[in-house]
Design a protein around this ligand. Structure first.
Ligand code: MN
Length: 234
């Protein structure tokens, strides 16, 4: 509905647009949707008790306003088992439906480093009861993210270490070349399920080594060729 032609007005203040900064600039990337790929590294699928064979990818979503860029992760309520999942973030500048594999990378604006923070106890309960994952995945501040770096600067990384240190100790490590579903495949597949648009981001899945965090922990995540993300649990 066009407000100007109808004279309609918002009855409450419209929510702010979620954004990610673009590294080294004053630019802001506006976030429309946050898609997450499940079990996209074989070693992580195995540690979660699943078969690492290549099955069709599956997705869940977080809310755009779950993104935090302040460097702080407030420990959420209703959980005593909150896990870190370090992931490469893919940010789209264009989209569409049924995007062919060979055109998928044309949709990518850039990349970042993100944490798919997870209330593992609530996610586990949801899995057991066949319920949706939102309470485990899509809570406040559940998506700490680094600034984005444009693909026009760094290209499209397909290889390079992905790791996470907690208080200086290596907890997670993997390599982008171990992604079961590569970036073009996740974009192409997702576009068969949803209409992708500029502003959508995809958290690409986490390597093995997920585990709990405590208040006071210092998390340092890294993706080779993309950047770093430092977060304190408060
Ligand atoms: Mn994840």
């Amino acid at each position: 509905m066009n407000l100007q032609t109808t004279g309609a007005q918002y009855v409450v203040a419209p929510p702010a647009i979620a954004t990610l900064p673009v590294a080294g600039t004053t630019g802001l990337f506006p976030v429309r949707r946050v898609y997450c790929v499940g079990r996209n590294y074989a070693a992580h699928a195995v540690e979660m008790g699943h078969d690492p064979d290549k099955e069709p990818p599956f997705f869940f979503q977080k809310n755009p306003d779950n993104i935090v860029t302040s460097g702080e992760f407030p420990y959420p309520p209703a959980s005593s088992d909150v896990h870190h999942e370090i992931e490469m973030v893919v940010a789209l500048k264009s989209g569409g439906k049924d995007i062919p594999l060979e055109r998928a990378l044309d949709c990518v604006y850039g990349y970042g480093v993100g944490l798919d923070m997870t209330r593992r106890d609530l996610q586990g309960k949801a899995k057991d009861m066949g319920r949706p994952w939102e309470v485990g995945k899509a809570f406040e501040a559940s998506a700490p993210c680094s600034p984005l770096v444009p693909a026009s600067t760094i290209g499209h990384p397909t290889e390079g270490e992905v790791w996470l240190d907690v208080n200086g100790q290596r907890r997670q490590s993997g390599n982008l070349n171990q992604l079961i579903w590569k970036v073009p495949e996740m974009i192409s597949y997702l576009s068969g399920l949803f209409t992708l648009s500029p502003g959508d981001i995809i958290m690409s899945g986490t390597p093995a080594g997920v585990g709990p965090v405590q208040r006071g922990d210092r998390l340092h995540g890294h993706v080779d060729g993309v950047g770093d993300l430092e977060v304190r649990v408060v």
